[in-house]
Design a binder for this molecule. Structure first.
Ligand code: TIU
Length: 222
């Protein structure tokens, strides 16, 4: 059995069942004027991981392995946006408001798009999701089942919000989950560190974590 060097112990990889899930690498989380910035966050932390996310995407593409991209966004009529989500906190811009990159986190708007360096190519699945988790109210589960995918490598943002929520959803559904450490980021360094620690604690209670180089080394033999 092939293994990827990982924590808390080696990840027992099956290349024919493996996919990359890139969570929410959208302009709205990474650029000034977007949703992340409207919550008061320093978005430059997010742009710093783009080269590592790109390396991971290119590795999966070169190996011919599936890639799934997610986008947190809502319908223009806001019918999939619970008031409890829209009204939360005191952001300078709420979801659906018009900002410098169009309507915040609305499907099809410029700010909602995936960063151009990481844009999906033909054949890659794009899942638009109204929640923090990518399984809630989406077809992700069916897509994975149809393709026989049972192991998921995770990248994207933010580590403790959409990435961790999706890993927990996947873990409960029986997927083996591996988080690529350099290809995920939070607006808060301490939250990234804590999320990584809690994911792999207790014998990989949610999943494994590994370095991008070790994941790429493994899939180069896929
Ligand atoms: N605010 C924050 O940390 N994250 C989100 O709102 N969404 C995602 O993590 N994608």
């Amino acid at each position: 059995m092939d293994k990827i060097k990982a924590e808390p112990f080696s990840f027992p990889v099956k290349h024919d069942q493996l996919a990359l899930v890139v969570i929410d690498m959208q302009r709205d989380f990474a650029e000034p004027g977007g949703f992340g910035a409207s919550l008061g966050n320093d978005v430059s932390r997010i742009t710093r991981i783009v080269p590592d996310v790109k390396r991971l995407i290119e590795g999966f593409r070169n190996a011919g392995l599936p890639i799934i991209h997610t986008m947190e966004c809502h319908r223009p009529d806001l019918s999939d946006l619970p008031p409890a989500k829209r009204d939360r906190g005191n952001p300078t811009l709420r979801i659906g408001d018009i900002g410098p990159m169009g309507r915040v986190l609305i499907s099809g708007e410029p700010g909602t798009a995936i960063l151009p360096e990481l844009a999906p190519v033909e054949g890659e699945v794009v899942i638009e999701k109204p929640g923090k988790g990518a399984f809630y109210a989406t077809k992700l589960g069916e897509v994975l089942q149809q393709r026989g995918i049972k192991q998921l490598v995770f990248a994207g943002v933010t580590t403790e919000v959409c990435v961790q929520t999706t890993m927990r959803e996947a873990n409960d559904r029986g997927y083996e989950c591996l988080l690529a450490e350099e290809a995920t980021e939070s607006y808060f360094a301490e939250f990234k560190a804590a999320a990584i620690a809690m994911i792999r604690a207790q014998g990989a209670i949610v999943g494994w974590t590994a370095h991008v180089d070790d994941i790429l080394e493994s899939i180069s033999h896929a």
